[in-house]
Write a protein that binds this ligand. Structure first.
Ligand code: ADP
Ligand code: ZN
Length: 304
């Protein structure tokens, strides 16, 4: 059996045909277009999925369903994307009904960090672990929490949205209305925005990190502060959930080792309990594919 996974992000939509071993038979990424109506974007995604399945050579009859990972807030019980700050026009979008009408298959919705956490437990850096947290640092920031072997969902499927926890008010307002949220400090979007302001030119997060590695003094201290804030968020998560491992994924982790070393050192110094200080901070085993494989896995019979 097979499933289709769709990972909807603030900058891109990844999709894949996944088999029961978690291998991707076909994979495709399209840009997220926020200048068009969500319904038009959904049409585009459905069209691309249809082409992808054809390209994979898998018969539609062998596809059990379509799993979707999407940015929160959402409502997994009603199958709706509610009001994600990083998809500002996607208000009350009944994505499950929409895809059900289109594909006549089982459709399952999860928040994107939870879907990725699920994949990392199944096949990735947290294989078989019962107490770990998957943190995604991409257009936005979110977490998927495995506690006592169970993925936490909460009331509507939004558990783990640490991106809107206040970390440092001196960084200024967040899209959610609070001041100094993790996401408004350390997401790729935030790094590009503040880094560009520091440098006085329009730069991407990747370019800001290049300046950091080249020893640019203006950027150096700023990025160290961002890494500290990510470390502090990890310490809060470890102290709250008694996690044994933190897996970090998402576009910004492509920056590489520097981020992991810094955050590991912060955690080793400041987690409250001695076992917490031993918590390993590691990159996602499925790299940039955790979200899309996890989305597909929602429809496959893998042990949750
Ligand atoms: P999405 O949020 O759409 O799921 P990603 O997980 O790819 O997408 O995250 C996109 C973010 O990652 C963007 O803010 C982008 O600037 C940032 N990014 C992409 N490549 C790099 C890189 N090499 N180093 C640091 N940040 C990066
Ligand atoms: Zn916020």
């Amino acid at each position: 059996h097979y499933a289709v996974g769709i990972d909807i992000g603030g900058t891109k939509v990844a999709m894949a045909v996944v088999d029961e071993a978690g291998s991707m038979l076909a994979h495709h990424v399209i840009p997220m277009d926020l200048s068009i109506q969500p319904e038009e974007m959904l049409d585009r995604i459905c069209e691309e999925v249809t082409m992808l399945v054809t390209r994979s050579g898998v018969a539609w009859d062998s596809i059990l369903g379509v799993g979707i990972g999407a940015p929160g807030p959402l409502d997994i019980k009603q199958g709706k994307i509610t009001c994600p700050p990083n998809l500002p026009s996607w208000l009350d979008i009944s994505i499950v009904d929409y895809m059900e009408n289109h594909f006549s298959k089982q459709i399952i919705l999860e928040n994107d960090a939870n879907a990725a956490a699920f994949a990392e437990k199944w096949l990735g850096a947290a294989k078989g672990e019962d107490h770990f947290i998957y943190l995604t640092i991409s257009t936005g920031i979110g977490a998927g929490i495995f506690c006592d072997g169970k993925l936490l969902h909460g009331h509507k499927g939004n558990a783990g949205d640490i991106g809107h926890g206040v970390m440092d008010p001196s960084f200024g307002p967040c899209t959610c209305g609070q001041i100094g949220c993790l996401e408004s400090i350390a997401s790729g979007t935030a790094i590009a925005k503040r880094g560009s302001a520091i440098m006085g030119e329009e730069l991407t997060a990747k370019e800001i990190f290049e300046l950091y590695f080249n020893g640019n003094t203006k950027i150096f201290l700023y990025i160290q502060r961002v890494f500290d804030v990510i470390g502090a968020a990890c310490v809060s998560l470890i102290n709250t959930f008694d996690a044994e491992k933190i897996v970090i994924g998402g576009g910004v982790t492509q920056v590489g080792e520097a981020l992991f070393e810094h955050v590991q050192s912060y955690v080793s110094s400041y987690a409250l309990n001695p076992s917490g200080r031993e918590t390993k901070v590691v990159p996602a085993g499925l790299a940039q594919h955790a979200g899309v494989i996890g989305a597909g896995a929602l429809c496959l019979d893998v042990s949750k």
